[in-house]
Write a protein that binds this ligand. Structure first.
Ligand SMILES: [Zn+2]
Length: 229
């Protein structure tokens, strides 16, 4: 899945890649892939960085990452447990372990790790800030947690990805709660195999969170989101 288009100024493009948290994100200068599984390595070209949130099979696929890394020479930023699992396969200078609170630069794009409320070893969520300050929050499989409200106020998110299914405890309601706490411009329901769960999420937003728009993504389609003024 490559995006040949480049986003307009103050915008990002994204593609939802699988039934889980797989996202391809393109800023004007960089291409990032988050939690790729159930995809073909050769469909990724020109990847600058891969972000991995935790070690579960629907987020971490070491052979796939090895192949994408070899083909693109990208850097992998991973939670500590996943980084350990990857260290024999990925060149040392292309692998960085990320703990909550740490940030990293990919050119002018910033990636910051935050905590995750999910039963994995050392899971993280990622805030990506593009070179023109578009703010994307990939909350991985996380359930809501109180600090999200502070993050929302501080970061003024343009896009927040919200898990609405499959993960332990995750429902449209918990996804909605993440949106309610973070108050983004656009909330995107993902990590589900059913359109019904995404629609249920959208209904809750419409009813109780009027200022946040809902974008129900189709897999493998390109969406552009522009920074709010
Ligand atoms: Zn998952």
């Amino acid at each position: 899945m490559s995006i040949n288009k480049t986003p307009e100024k103050n915008s990002i493009l994204f593609v939802w890649l699988n039934n889980y948290a797989g996202i391809l994100l393109k800023t004007p200068s960089k291409t990032l892939v988050i939690d790729p599984v159930d995809v073909k390595a050769k469909s990724f070209q020109n990847v600058d960085a891969i972000l991995i949130t935790h070690e579960h099979y629907d987020h971490l696929d070491p052979p796939l990452l090895t192949d994408i890394q070899k083909a693109t020479d990208c850097t992998i930023f991973a939670d500590s447990t996943s980084a350990k699992k990857l260290q024999l396969a990925i060149p040392k200078d292309k692998l960085q372990a990320m703990k909550p609170g740490m940030d990293a630069k990919i050119g002018e794009v910033t990636v910051k790790a935050e905590k995750s409320n999910h039963p994995a070893q050392e899971p993280v969520t990622f805030i990506v800030t593009s070179e023109d300050n578009v703010k994307v929050y990939h909350t991985s499989d996380s359930l809501p947690f109180p600090e999200l409200a502070k993050l929302g106020l501080k970061e003024n998110f343009d896009v927040v990805f919200c898990t609405v299914g499959i993960a332990p405890g995750a429902t449209p309601q918990t996804g909605f709660e993440i949106a309610r706490l973070t108050k983004p411009q656009i909330a995107v329901p993902y990590h589900t195999a059913t359109l019904d769960s995404q629609k249920e999420f959208a209904e809750m937003l419409k009813k109780d969170l009027r200022k946040t728009g809902c974008l129900i993504p189709e897999q493998n389609k390109i969406y552009q989101i522009t920074k709010r003024n």
